[in-house]
Design a protein around this ligand. Structure first.
Ligand SMILES: [Fe+2]
Length: 131
C-alpha cells in the first residue's frame, strides 16, 4: 500500500515516481520492486549542505534554498528538483533544476508550515521544514 506523495526509485533504470493517488499494489519497474525513498534531514557529516532551507531572497520573496550554503550545480552532481508540500499534503509544487542553475526555488506564498524536499543526483533525497 502506497501513501500520497511517496517517492519510489527503480535502482536499475533510475525511474523516479511520485504517488499521486495511493493504491494497494506494489510499484514495480524493470521487473523488480521499486525502492521507497526516505528523506534525510541532517547532513552534519557530509561535506556539502543538502537540507532545504526556507528564507527570503534579496527582494523579500519567499524561496527554498538547498543548503545554508548553496549546493553545487555541476554536470555530474546537482539538485535535480525541489518540491514543497503543505502540512496537510493537499498541495505540492515541484521545480526541476539543471546544471548551471542555482539550487533554489521561488515560492509564491507560504501557506503555514511547509515541508521542502530536494533530490541530489549523487546524495539522494533530503527534506527540511519551514520555521
Ligand atoms: Fe550532493
Amino acid at each position: 500500500m502506497t501513501k500520497k506523495l511517496e517517492l519510489y526509485r527503480c535502482n536499475i533504470c533510475g525511474n523516479l515516481a511520485e504517488v499521486i493517488i495511493p493504491g494497494a499494489g506494489e510499484l514495480v519497474c524493470c521487473g523488480e520492486s521499486m525502492e521507497l525513498l526516505e528523506a534525510k534531514n541532517n547532513d552534519a557529516e557530509a561535506n556539502e549542505k543538502h537540507v532545504p532551507v526556507f528564507m527570503k531572497d534579496e527582494q523579500g520573496k519567499n524561496e527554498v534554498r538547498v543548503g545554508s550554503t548553496l549546493h553545487p550545480m555541476e554536470e555530474n552532481h546537482y539538485i535535480m528538483f525541489i518540491e514543497t508540500i503543505t502540512p496537510d499534503y493537499n498541495r505540492a509544487e515541484l521545480q526541476y533544476l539543471h546544471p548551471g542553475e542555482e539550487a533554489k526555488m521561488l515560492i509564491g506564498e507560504k501557506l503555514g508550515k511547509e515541508l521542502a524536499r530536494e533530490f541530489c543526483s549523487i546524495h539522494g533525497l533530503w527534506e527540511g521544514k519551514s520555521d
